[in-house]
Design a protein around this ligand. Sequence first.
Ligand code: KIV
Length: 263
Amino acid sequence: MSKVTVTTLQAHKAAGEKFAVLAAYDATFAGLIEAAGVEVILVGDSLGMVLQGHDSTLPVTIDDMVYHTGSISRGCHSPLIISDLPFGAYSTLEQTLTNSAALMRAGANMVKLEGGGWLLESVTALTERGIPVCAHLGLTPQSVNAFGGFKVQGRDTDQAAAILADAKRVEAAGASLLVLECIPSALAAEITAALTIPVIGIGAGAVTDAQVLVLYDMLGLSDHKPKFVRNFLAKNDSVQSALKAYNDAVKDGSFPSAEHTFS
Ligand code: KIV
């Protein structure tokens, strides 16, 4: 497979072909994920929970993200690599540019930041400086304290309208991709249809252009099992076949199914 770029993903959306994304953190898994045909690896700040054992992503530092971005980039060639800017690493424009540059130097092809309106200036500034941006709306885990827990977002009309408006604004500001986390599938469908950039869902139903899961969740290794997760290792006899099954199920639309979806 040749290197996946933003253009590749835009072409998938235009053709109505779904693509797969996994959140992972090390070189060995990066190689296995690449071999399974997954197009995008997200170096997610979820590593704070699944690798470091914290109860949220808030303790993760930019140094942690640089370290794991380097590990992923040394382990694979073709997947597009997105790296999370962790909590507190993009509070000011200067911080955002400095920390994003550090992630890009470590091997990221794109940075991801959580939030809507307050980030528009940052999204534009990054894009203008050659740093592609993935926005993240809905349940944004870095705001867990503001949300009062890991709760589905966008269930009432006002919240849904605000998420849709933010999605349009981050696209207009220059974002190349959007992650929608834990929102009702009807809202995700409306946003996916309204945007020209590819939309990646997690707990957002089957209608988005792509799906992402945390690697340790989809291998059934985490001690909690959110509603939107399927354990792909349960019916496969190796990690390699589980990764392949995930890639296939995302592409043929059989994952997620109704049991993984919020209505
Ligand atoms: O940190 C992460 O892994 C993420 C995904 C769950 C979308 O942001």
